[in-house]
Write a protein that binds this ligand. Structure first.
Ligand code: MN
Length: 191
């Protein structure tokens, strides 16, 4: 049973003020497809056959980790997006965000600063570390908070391929627009 490209839950041209259909064609149709195809090739005939992506990501190393983690990270990222701008944050999650970061606005500022400061290629995350604790963290390359035992709630892809066609070097503008297009219902459902 091999891994297949997860469908997007929205149209690729649904984000007028954010990334374009062209970016989705490359990012979802080419980059993610390649991570999935490479994972399938590396898994075939190995001890990882039949394992879930999460099982692979939390135990494998090297190229298999890199490709399986990128497959997982991208599916998660695409699910974090909503064409609807500034969706309301469900009350239980909003309360946790306010407890941990002071306010939703303060959380967004800290998350954006972390994403803009994530040097090179990687991901910026909101994670649940346990109890009522949330944390913003950066990972590099294919890194995922799953290996630290944290529960990912939200992620933004800050690899240049995620935004370069639309924003060129303007990562801060991409992150600002990303934060307007978060699917907060999906994020809250991860808790
Ligand atoms: Mn990407």
């Amino acid at each position: 049973m091999s891994f297949t490209l997860p469908p997007l839950k929205y149209a690729k041209d649904a984000f007028a003020g954010f990334v374009s259909e062209n970016t989705f064609n490359f990012h979802h149709g080419k980059h993610l497809q390649t991570y999935i195809d490479t994972t399938n090739k590396l898994v075939a005939g190995s001890a990882y056959e039949g394992k879930s992506l999460k099982d692979i990501v939390t135990t494998a190393e090297g190229p298999l980790f890199n490709n399986a983690a990128q497959a997982m990270n991208h599916e998660f990222y695409f699910n974090c997006l909503s064409p609807e701008e500034n969706m309301p944050v469900p009350a239980p999650l909003l309360k946790l965000i306010e407890q941990n970061f002071g306010s939703l606005e303060s959380f967004k500022e800290k998350f954006a600063a972390s994403a803009v400061g994530n040097f090179g290629s990687g991901w910026t995350w909101l994670v649940h570390t346990g109890g009522e604790k949330l944390k913003i963290m950066n990972t590099s390359n294919a890194g995922t908070p799953l290996v630290e035992g944290f529960t990912p709630l939200l992620t933004v892809d800050v690899w240049e391929h995620a935004y370069y066609l639309d924003y060129q070097n303007r990562r801060a503008a991409y992150v600002e627009d990303f934060l307007k297009h978060v699917d907060w219902d999906f994020v809250a459902a991860q808790l």
